[in-house]
Write a protein that binds this ligand. Structure first.
Ligand code: PLP
Length: 374
């Protein structure tokens, strides 16, 4: 069994993918163009946003969103420490300062009740992450943002298609950012990313920054200093094929999650994922919580039995060596630190067979039975 099987997914849609790639090769247009523009429109539609800009990665989507919203030197951006490094890295890349707010232990997402106490005159934006495919508490986040006149950029890298009170991930804040890294729910065969927004001016600004600030009318007239962050036409063509399957795949993940939860909830020593009300969780990860003293033993037992697991994330960002200069210490953000010691992600993807799911469940039960006789 694999933790994630991208080959199995490819086999299931091989004909469509091969055809789409061939079409791009035959056409000979490899950067931008029709495939990319159509894909932008499709993702905007799926997200319920007016505009979309295809980019080279999710990291670039976050970076260019913050940049276009005016985040720069000396500004502060409030975010969660329980995420992938890219979330905070883009803030420091703009010479702004990440200000970490602790998470809700149940959803693993930023705790809105702790945001206001961290806002200062320098706070420019809030950058919530919809971790593991579940949208953060956006009503509260937007209320605080309005009160303090802050911008909101949603890191929806793990949450494409997820819903919150009927709204789609990425469409609630000023900008929403997606990643098409191969292991994401909508993954390319290489790097890719996109942002969505309802703000036309911002869209134009980011389109400009995406290609060196080159004027759309005159390539060698540079109106701003930007970057090179374009999506390849081949990736767009692949992603357009996959997009048609996304809903079905998300449904399959949700079914597997429900099955795992039904079978595992009888084990009092572990905690199954919490799905908050008014949310449609897309289960990018299925992450349980276990006692920190048994986690390593459980991981090695499962590994020996052929069940791969992953820890997302073993070290919260405020304790990362690269961010030491921010001055955080162990104990500053206890819920995130605890999550880093107790979280464990199990295999979940739409090609995972029922037999394999049963095997995962059986081996976890065996472990607890042997250890606690329960
Ligand atoms: C994957 C991911 C990113 C970065 O996306 P890339 O496409 O790899 O640059 C950012 N934030 C989160 C939460 C992610 O999971």
């Amino acid at each position: 069994m694999k933790f994630l099987d991208l080959v199995a997914q490819y086999q299931s849609i091989r004909k469509e993918i091969d055809k789409a790639i061939k079409k791009v090769l035959d056409r000979g247009h490899f950067i931008g163009g029709k495939e990319v523009e159509t894909f932008e429109k499709e993702v905007a539609k799926l997200s319920g946003a007016k505009y979309a800009v295809a980019l080279n990665s999710g990291t670039d989507a976050l970076f260019l969103s913050l940049k276009a919203l005016g985040v720069g030197r000396g500004d502060e951006v409030i975010t969660t420490p329980f995420t992938f490094i890219a979330t905070a890295e883009v803030i420091t890349a703009l010479e702004a300062k990440p200000v970490f707010v602790d998470i809700q232990p149940d959803t693993f997402n930023i705790d809105p009740a702790k945001i206001e106490e961290k806002t200062t005159k320098k706070t420019k934006a809030i950058l919530p992450v919809h971790l593991f495919g579940q949208i953060a508490d956006m009503s509260e986040i937007m209320r605080i943002a309005r009160k303090y006149k802050l911008k909101v950029v949603e890191d929806a890298a793990q949450a494409i298609g997820a819903e919150y009170k009927g709204k789609k991930a990425g469409s609630i804040g000023d900008v929403g950012c997606f990643s098409f890294y191969p292991t994401k729910n909508l993954g390319a065969y290489g790097d890719g990313g996109m942002l969505v927004t309802n703000n036309k001016k911002l869209t134009e600004e980011i389109r400009l920054l995406r290609t060196h600030g080159s004027s759309p009318k005159d390539k060698y007239l540079n109106l701003a200093l930007g970057v090179n962050s374009r999506l390849d036409a081949i990736q767009a063509a692949i992603l357009r094929v996959k997009l048609k399957h996304l809903k079905g795949w998300s449904k399959k993940r949700a079914q597997i999650a429900t099955y795992y939860t039904n079978q595992l909830s009888e084990l009092s020593k572990l905690t199954t994922p919490y799905v908050a009300t008014n949310r449609n969780h897309i289960f990018h990860q299925y992450t349980i919580k276990v006692n920190k003293r048994v986690r390593n033993k459980l991981i090695s037992y499962l590994k020996k039995q052929g069940v791969p697991t992953m820890i997302y994330y073993p070290l919260p960002l405020h304790l990362q060596p690269a961010l030491k200069f921010l001055g955080y210490r162990e104990g500053d953000l206890p819920a995130s630190e605890k999550a880093a010691k107790t979280a464990l992600s199990l295999p979940i993807y739409s090609e995972l067979k029922r037999k394999e799911q049963d095997f995962v469940i059986k081996k976890i039960k065996e472990f607890y039975l042997a250890k606690y006789k329960i």
